[in-house]
Design a protein. Sequence first.
Length: 323
Amino acid sequence: MNCPFDVGGQMTCGLTARSSGPLARIRPPRLLTAAVRQPTVSLWRMKRRSVILATGLVLLCGSATIWFGNDVALSLESSAPSRSIGTVAKGRLENGKRLPASGPNFRSYSRLGALLGRTAVHCAVRAAVLEAYGELASSRPELRFVYGETGWPNGGRFRPHRTHQNGLCVDFMVPVRRGVGSPAELPTPVWLKFGYGIEFDQHGRYRDLSIDFQAVLAHLEALERAAGRHGLAIQRVIFAPEFHRFLAATSEGQTLLRRLPFSSGDVWIRHDEHYHVEFRLATAQQAARFDRPKRMSAIRAPEGRPLSADTLCRLRPALETSA
């Protein structure tokens, strides 16, 4: 039976809405169309849920990789001693060692940066940095520290820095206090260039944060002692010259300013949110004046020459085991 349809989609075969009989039970075509569309809608919803689930898994795996990736890479790195070649401005590094992303009283400026390998140093530098943090965790447990960029595991050009090429440079973000004086960590989000974009005023203030200059002194003193115990010496400290007067507010600060080689000249970028520390490798004999343990300072090569810091770095695990 050929039945024309009206504009509303109803059959016009002489039937009305109140017609009775078998034909009155025929389902209108538009309801049939909706029934056919139902599986398509369900399939689209399933696909959308799958996309959301896959996106969530990718984000979860990515976050886990960023959070734990540096620690995994650190556990898999070679045990061979590091070797610094050339200078901090033109050099390279062999067997560089990553700094851990966090510790009891410190953290990296960025877990992503650490994962990418931007926090690698000479093995002796790593030992000195961690030992200084450990000393401060005991003597000043309320303080919190953040370290910045150091260099690639293989050294070389390290943009945007002009140095950091041979594993002997470390940027330390300034320790700060918030508001009434409670210790805090310098914020290092990506929109602040991981902390490098923060600008302190001439008095060492940024919003509700103020630089804890006494904590800076305590850290540098601990770092100097630890460096000496690991065959190193601090070669240069770059910190905003206008802040030196705050370091010199105490007699201990004045002594440290005379003892450590602070840079007083102009540098290509203002070092207000971090202080840049350069180390140099010392011989065992030179390191002894920093109260280095006699067991390490007295070691000499068969021909009588003092052993280098590279050699000491390789021998240290065995010596500590036998001590």
